[in-house]
Design a protein around this ligand. Structure first.
Ligand code: DC
Length: 229
């Protein structure tokens, strides 16, 4: 890979397509930094819950999240999310946070704040694999390479069930998980600001029939081919 120039690779797609893991592994293979923008929205949701803020009070939400000065500790792998300089640890993956984050991420004012922060992060880390829902469409429309990872909701529900089982968490029925995934997709795709879309110039990858390593191999090969070209 060219080692001097700026390089932005975006990976968007719905939940359960393995975006975060793929993005992290791809970044490591290419020697780039990794930005998990879902962690930023999750941090906002955790802050709102833990500070007892009314999620419908948009001004209070944005003001408090801005005050938290969300940023990452780039010394850790993966980079740890910090709020008020303190690590958020596993808090951002808790069930109550997962429940609130999708409606909260639909707030236009909060998204504006996050988009600004993400662009600022890219100024400081200009060789970046950035993962989320709007990275190729809104945040980095001029990214060098864009991917959109997808998979059938049934496949994603099965993966989610395996994750929950591995984490020792109680496991809902598969069809309940599948309904939740469809609901979340619908909400993320239909919100007026920063909806989940596949950018026209993105490479769409169906991860259903592929292993994790298979997905990373494919993305790495595409990046090397495009950048060398
Ligand atoms: O990828 P994830 O599950 O950690 O994302 C958490 C939530 O944040 C999910 O509901 C989608 C939302 N999100 C978003 O709206 N825009 C992003 N760039 C990243 C995540």
């Amino acid at each position: 890979m060219p080692i001097e120039s700026d390089l932005i690779i975006t990976i968007d797609g719905p939940a359960g397509t393995g975006k975060s893991t793929v993005a992290r592994l791809l970044a490591a293979r290419l020697g780039l930094d990794f930005l998990d923008t879902g962690a930023m929205y999750r941090a906002a949701a955790a802050i709102v819950i833990d500070r007892g803020i009314d999620p419908s009070d948009i001004e209070a939400v944005v003001e408090t999240v801005a005050d938290a000065d969300l940023h990452f500790d780039w010394e850790t792998d993966p980079p740890e999310m910090l709020a008020w300089l303190r690590p958020m640890n596993g808090r951002i993956r808790a069930a109550d946070v997962t429940k609130l984050v999708s409606p909260l991420a639909a707030l236009g004012e909060l998204r504006e704040h996050m988009v600004r922060k993400q662009r600022l992060i890219a100024k400081q880390h200009p060789r970046l694999v950035s993962e989320g829902r709007d990275q190729g469409s809104i945040v980095f429309p001029d990214a060098d390479v864009k991917f959109y990872l997808d998979a059938d909701p049934d496949v994603r529900a099965k993966r989610r069930a395996e994750q929950l089982a591995e984490g020792g968490q109680c496991m809902p029925e598969l069809d309940v998980l599948c309904d939740e995934i469809r609901e979340r997709d619908e909400r993320d795709m239909s919100r007026p600001v920063g909806p989940l879309v596949c950018p026209d110039d993105a490479i769409r990858v169906d991860t259903g029939p592929l292993t994790l390593t298979g997905v990373v191999d494919l993305l790495e090969a595409e990046c090397r081919a495009r950048i060398n070209a």
